[in-house]
Design a protein around this ligand. Structure first.
Ligand code: SF4
Length: 126
């Protein structure tokens, strides 16, 4: 697996929560999320499980759908209770670099725009 230069998740548009594959939840994940949301396990599953595989795997996010817990400010709405799948994920050490390339392009583009804007401001102040 190729490890790429790390990116800043706080400067990102949460491409991992929008694009990267499905998010599975274990029993422990479900209990923790239900408690965090003030729901019973059953109510959590009825409301938030979007996919169940034939093998019985439960998912809160389908591949390439944005996660239901992603907030408008690009932050995770259940961060403290987020599933194990999310805790261990960083886009710079995945086999598939799709998310990484989007994030890298976004962060570099935003940084470039901000630099250009600052330069324009400096010119305007002269
Ligand atoms: S649970 Fe949170 S960290 Fe995990 S995919 Fe959803 S928004 Fe992202």
């Amino acid at each position: 697996m190729q490890v790429r230069p790390e990116l800043s998740c706080m400067k990102c548009a949460a491409f991992c929560c929008r694009m990267a594959g499905y998010v599975s939840v274990s029993r422990a994940d479900i209990r923790r999320l239900a408690k965090h949301l003030g729901l019973t396990v059953r109510a959590f599953e009825e409301k938030h499980i979007v996919e169940k595989t034939r093998k019985g795997e439960k998912r809160i996010k389908r591949g390439y759908d944005a996660c239901q817990f992603l907030k408008g400010n690009r932050l995770c709405g259940v961060y403290e209770a987020r599933p194990k799948d999310c805790r261990g994920y960083v886009c710079w050490d995945q086999d598939d670099d799709t998310v990484y390339r989007f994030a890298e392009f976004y962060q570099h583009s935003v940084a470039r725009v901000r630099r250009d804007e600052a330069e324009e401001r400096r010119k305007g102040e002269r």
